[in-house]
Design a protein around this ligand. Structure first.
Ligand SMILES: [Zn+2]
Length: 301
């Protein structure tokens, strides 16, 4: 599944290649990716035809292209979605779902923006008046790379919660864009176990894990994003190679780069967590307080 850096790579690709162009024609080849547009695929195509794309924006893993009408096309890549910019003469991809013909623009030949998606968990929707921020995603928190991210507020909110810090990093209402892989990497860098409750972390712990998340995301951006799914290709059709530099995620049994202890895998919310049991010790269970011991004795006796 694409994580935030991959989505940011796609956004930058759109910014570089399609912004400023006019949508000459829209062809919906499969109805599923536009299922959220209740008026149907023809209406979706009609609303977008003739519009000029003014900007490519992102909130967490959602991307949108702002249109000259004040509306937007909102995209989520889901598990296997890709947005490809291709010459119109390029052969259709096997799982091509939606085609936007962008005309020749300043260039000699027609360009196409193509939404390709094998499993179709992702999709495109029309966001009326959503050029600045589509209302459907307004509840999603900013991500740590967003210039508007409020670090002090994030630290304070996380430290009021009793859930484990990994679960909190994956909470889109608190911070967006930190997926399973980046959470494990950030926790490894911060030397924190993911089960450590938010309300028992020091401010410096949270700042360290946030710095770790930023570091690993920026590193991924520099390398074109992770690529665990062979289906993921960025806007120029290139796969990322970031997985070669992961320290914890997917490294079960390999020695920790800091202390040589083999990395451990545990199950976590139907997925996996990877950590170093030496650098990232599990939180100690709180000893029962004298009053709760008394209560237990009373109850059993
Ligand atoms: Zn270690």
């Amino acid at each position: 599944m694409p994580e935030l850096p991959e989505v940011e790579v796609v956004r930058r690709g759109l910014e570089a290649h399609v912004v400023g162009r006019r949508i000459e024609q829209v062809e919906v080849l499969h109805p599923r990716p536009v299922r959220r547009h209740l008026a149907g695929a023809e209406d979706f195509a009609a609303l977008l035809t003739g519009r000029v794309m003014l900007a490519a924006r992102r909130r967490g893993k959602y991307l949108w292209v702002a249109l000259d009408s004040g509306d937007a096309v909102l995209a989520h890549l889901g598990m296997s979605g890709q947005l490809l910019v291709q010459p119109a003469t390029a052969p259709d991809e096997r799982h091509l779902r939606v085609r936007f013909n962008l005309g020749p623009g300043a260039g000699p030949a027609d360009l196409e923006l193509r939404f390709v998606d094998q499993r179709m968990f992702g999709g495109l929707s029309f966001a009326e008046g959503g050029a600045e921020l589509p209302t459907a995603i307004a509840h999603i928190a900013r991500d740590p790379l967003d210039p508007g991210f409020d670090e002090a507020a994030f630290v304070a909110r996380l430290r009021r919660r009793t859930a484990g810090v990994k679960r909190l990093l994956l909470d889109q209402g608190l911070v967006s864009g930190v997926g399973n892989i980046y959470a494990d990497e950030a926790l490894w860098l911060a030397r924190l176990h993911g089960d450590r409750p938010g309300n028992r972390l020091r401010r410096a712990d949270v700042e360290r894990v946030l710095a770790g998340a930023r570091q690993v995301m920026l590193q991924a951006l520099g390398q074109g994003g992770t690529s665990f799914d062979a289906l993921y290709v960025n806007v120029n059709g290139e796969s990322g190679y970031f997985e070669r530099s992961l320290q914890a995620y997917g490294q079960e049994g390999r020695p920790c780069a800091r202390c040589d202890t083999p990395i451990v895998r545990t199950s976590f919310m139907n997925r996996s967590s990877y950590f170093c049991p030496t650098c990232q010790p599990r939180p100690r269970q709180r000893r029962p307080s004298p009053s709760s011991t008394t209560a237990a004795t009373t109850a059993s006796g």
